[in-house]
Design a protein around this ligand. Structure first.
Ligand SMILES: [Zn+2]
Ligand SMILES: [Zn+2]
Length: 283
């Protein structure tokens, strides 16, 4: 397994529409370790499409508890279980995931009990362990060292993560508004995967969604990062490559690759990946 990141879901926000991409999920493959980063809708299919056997799932890292980043966590774990999972899975993330899991198990309790009794499967509850991330300490996953930094994503606690091993480093910004501290956190990384929105496309998106008010626009502006600012972070950090994900918007034909490229051109001239579902980025 060569080192790479697969972007499984690349749109920002929880809604999907005909022709749209999926909400956020990623697969990091580094030093023989596979780590799922975020579990938005579509993560299970995305992993399988990358050739991963779900019974090999063992490490999951969640940035924050907005549904577009963890709605499919329970279904992923359950589907891995029916696909043959019998070894422990560790889920790292902010407070609240263990409670989500308790309620997910309760909602599926009939099915899970039947499969244990009728199919001889191990108890799903006992296979999954939760570790609350402490950004002052970081953590390790096998050979990987992981650092976490709280981002600016009000009103939710969200972490950016930096994974390092064998001289390679990858940073996921998580959801965040523009924060200059991200440049220091991502300094010298081989790859920065930063969330991004295209400012000039937001009014049209607002009109298409149709059921929000000014608060939705205010949320975008106060909790997310313009593509040009993400490019500025990448340049200040001196990263070797920049990828944009969590794209807002992701499915407006009036705003395609050319518009995104144009929005970063003044600030970033290095290797660039405009995320799409299934994109593999070598490390
Ligand atoms: Zn999000
Ligand atoms: Zn969010």
């Amino acid at each position: 397994m060569t080192d790479h990141v697969a972007l499984l879901g690349t749109k920002g926000g929880p809604a999907i529409r005909t022709g749209s991409t999926n909400p956020t999920s990623n697969l990091l493959c580094l030093s023989g370790q596979r780590v799922v980063v975020d579990c938005g809708l579509g993560v299970t299919r995305g992993l399988v499409d990358q050739g991963m056997a779900l019974k090999d799932l063992d490490q999951i890292v969640i940035t924050h508890l907005h549904s577009d980043h963890y709605l499919e966590l329970g279904p992923l774990l359950h589907t891995a279980w029916v696909a043959g999972l019998k070894t422990p899975v560790t889920v790292h993330g902010p407070e609240g995931l263990a409670e989500y899991w308790t309620h997910f198990l309760a909602s599926m309790q009939n099915d899970i009990a039947i499969r244990i009794e009728d199919e001889g499967r191990p108890d799903l509850a006992g296979l999954v362990h939760f570790k609350v991330v402490d950004p002052t300490r970081g953590f390790t996953i096998g050979p990987l060292t992981v650092r976490a930094m709280a981002t600016l994503h009000p009103p939710v606690t969200c972490y950016a993560y930096r994974f390092e091993s064998a001289g390679k480093s990858v940073v996921f910004s998580g959801d965040t508004s523009y924060m200059p501290e991200m440049a220091a956190f991502a300094a010298g990384a081989d790859l920065l995967i930063h969330e991004a929105m295209l400012g000039e496309a937001l009014p049209a998106l607002m009109a298409r969604i149709g059921n929000g008010d000014d608060r939705l626009m205010h949320h975008w502006l106060r909790a997310h990062t313009l593509a040009a600012d993400a490019a500025r972070i990448a340049a200040a950090a001196g990263v070797k490559a920049l990828a944009l994900n969590h794209l807002i918007p992701s499915d407006d034909p009036a705003f395609g690759e050319a518009e995104w490229q144009a929005s970063i051109a003044a600030d970033w001239s290095g290797p660039f990946y405009l995320g799409h579902d299934g994109m593999r980025i070598p490390l």
